[in-house]
Unconditional design. Structure first.
Length: 137
């Protein structure tokens, strides 16, 4: 194998990126839905989870920050899909801020073990795979 040939992506990285990508698209779609419905003045009760009203009461700046951080997390996933080490750092920082931003803005009622555990497991799993990532070309 010459250095010009691309390395094969590990199956774990493929599944992690696909899972993170699908979840990220769903989360971004939910934020865009919140923005759309809130500009119309009515949020359909059964359409979004209960956290919707809590997040929306935090103001448009909070929603925009969450949306932008979600998009940057997705950019990190795309970079990791391309085996770029910078994607790990973008993803990790975005996810850490995404977890703690609601706690800082809304309050400690937003602390939850399951999202923290999932976020931590994903960051650790991606971190283990950083050995195969290339430095940015």
């Amino acid at each position: 194998m010459t250095s010009a040939e691309p390395t094969k992506r590990p199956i774990l990285l493929t599944w992690l990126c696909l899972g993170s990508g699908l979840f990220g698209i769903a989360w971004i779609s939910m934020f865009l839905g919140w923005i759309t419905y809130s500009t119309r003045g009515a949020i359909p009760g059964g359409l979004f989870p209960g956290i919707t009203l809590v997040y929306l009461k935090s103001g448009p700046g909070f929603i925009l920050a969450e949306l932008l951080l979600s998009i940057s997390g997705m950019a990190g996933v795309v970079l990791m899909w391309k085996a770029r080490k910078s994607g790990f750092y973008v993803y990790s920082v975005s996810k850490a801020i995404l977890y703690f931003l609601p706690v800082a803005i809304i309050g400690s009622s937003q602390l939850a073990f399951f999202p923290l555990a999932v976020t931590s497991v994903l960051i650790v799993a991606y971190g283990i795979l950083t050995g195969i990532f290339r430095e940015n070309d």
